[in-house]
Each structure stands twice: as structure tokens, then as C-alpha cells.
Design a protein around this ligand. Sequence first.
Ligand SMILES: [Zn+2]
Length: 155
Amino acid sequence: MKDITDKEYYTNSFHYDVRKAPTPFEKIDFEKDYPKYSAGGFIHYCEYPNLKQNPKALEAVWDYAYDRIGYLGTNTPIDQCFECGFKGEFKPTAKGFECPQCGNHDPATCDVVKRTCGYLGNPNQRPMVHGRHIEIASRVKHMSLGNDANDIARQ
Ligand SMILES: [Zn+2]
């Protein structure tokens, strides 16, 4: 079934489809009524580009979420390459993630952090199942800086 069983992973719980790009506010509004049906626990999260230059944007989302939902994760790129010094977001490959500058994917010389199942994991040190990897690689940002790959994809 198109967009349901053909994508190689299940959309986690009540989460908005990871391939779509609502704003953080739209995502929170869509998901806010579902936790009471999630007896196994829940987390809301939003994907961001590096917002070190705009912490007010994160604060605006956190303020908005405060009275609406119980638990909000903030996913922002913190991957690091100890070979070339790159800091940011590693590029997904067929089996893991690699440094976009030098191609490094050796877990001994890089640090890759992704929200895996509510918790943060390092997929290069501890690879995940194929479907989860595809799901993470399919995630788009819920906020943009006006110059990232997601903006290009949205045009
Ligand atoms: Zn590198």
C-alpha cells in the first residue's frame, strides 16, 4: 500500500509522518491529543537545523509546547568528525552516517547522535535495524534557516 507499507518502516505511534514538514507548532497541535491513547509511553519531538545563532526560535517552540504537551524532544544536529573537525549533521548512507566533508564513518573517530526510539543513540557505534535507519534518513526539518537542503527539496 503506497506510503503505508512500501516505505520499509512504521511511523512511530501517533507521530506526524517523518517525510512531511509541518512547522513545530503544527506538529505539536496535530499530536497533542494522542498521548492518552499511548499506554506504552510517548514523546513528541521536532527536528531542527543548527539553531545556535537563533535560540529564540527554540524558546518560542518550548513556550508554545509548555501548556499543550507533556514531553518534547529537541533534535538538533550535534554530529562531530574527529578526522576533519566537521560539526553538524552527518549524511545518511545505505548502512550508517558519514561526514559530509571527508566521508569518515569510523565510529572510533566520529560521533553521530540521532533520536532513535525516544532516546538518543549512536547509529555508527551501534547500528539500528534497516527500517529504523530508513525512517531516520527520511526525517525532514520542522524549521529552516532558509538555506538548507530541505528548503531546496520543498521548492
Ligand atoms: Zn570529516
